[in-house]
Design a protein around this ligand. Structure first.
Ligand code: PRP
Length: 206
């Protein structure tokens, strides 16, 4: 059986929909079950639900064969895995956000709140702006609102969280979408087992 890690929460529904379109049916409903391991009815794949940040760790360790994870999470992880497929799900942007008309590029020094320190550092280093990164774990929009940082670097999907908190995108950094990653060793040694699954994943468009 091939194991595939997917992220709990808002992308789980899309990930399961994608796997169903690939031809798999599941013994439990991801929307309602509290189970963390769900098998397909043909017993060919097993979906493991976990936090997104943990997916590359489990795949790198070889405890699961593949993972469906956002490019943002992958960029922040230092895990050594194969990125085998780009999916049309989990689409959003990484952006610099703050108060409208805040000209962050004219500042000599910026304090930036983010859950994405690696990508943030690379972006501001390339711009040549001196900065301090305040690493946060959620509700990042609070940082400029209550004075912890000048701007934030965060994921923007619908833009609703920003607009409802009187903030706006100041600059897009890059597009983000979900990727299928694989354990390097398993991808080679379990290739015969993986191939039909990889074929069904690559030939399916959500
Ligand atoms: C993410 C992100 C934004 C929000 C953007 O947070 O950090 O806060 O989604 O989505 P929107 O553009 O559709 O409003 P998430 O929901 O993952 O929760 P978090 O704040 O706990 O990180």
């Amino acid at each position: 059986m091939i194991t595939i890690a997917i992220c709990k929460g808002r992308t789980a529904k899309q990930a399961i929909k994608f796997l169903v379109q690939c031809g798999y049916e599941f013994k439990d409903d991801v929307q309602t079950t509290r189970k963390l391991i769900i098998e397909s009815t043909d017993n060919k794949i097993q979906v493991i639900l976990m936090k997104g940040q943990d997916i590359p760790i489990y795949v790198d360790a070889g405890v699961v064969d593949m993972g469906l994870v956002g490019k943002d999470t992958l960029c922040e992880s230092d895990c050594d895995v194969y990125e085998i497929l780009s999916l049309d799900i989990g689409k959003c942007k990484l952006a610099v956000a703050g108060y409208a008309n805040f000209n962050f590029k004219s500042k000599k020094f910026l304090k930036i709140g983010t859950k994405y320190p690696t990508m943030t550092k690379a972006y501001f280093k390339a711009l040549g702006i001196r900065h301090e990164i305040v690493e946060l774990s959620g509700s990042v929009e609070l940082a400029p609102l209550i004075g912890l940082s000048d701007v934030i670097v965060d994921i923007v999907e619908t833009g609703r969280t920003l607009s409802e908190n009187d903030l706006t995108v100041l600059e897009d950094i890059c597009d983000i979408s979900s990727k299928i990653i694989a354990n390097k060793l398993h991808f080679k040694t379990k290739y015969a087992e993986n191939e039909p699954i990889i074929n069904s994943l690559t030939s399916t468009k959500l």
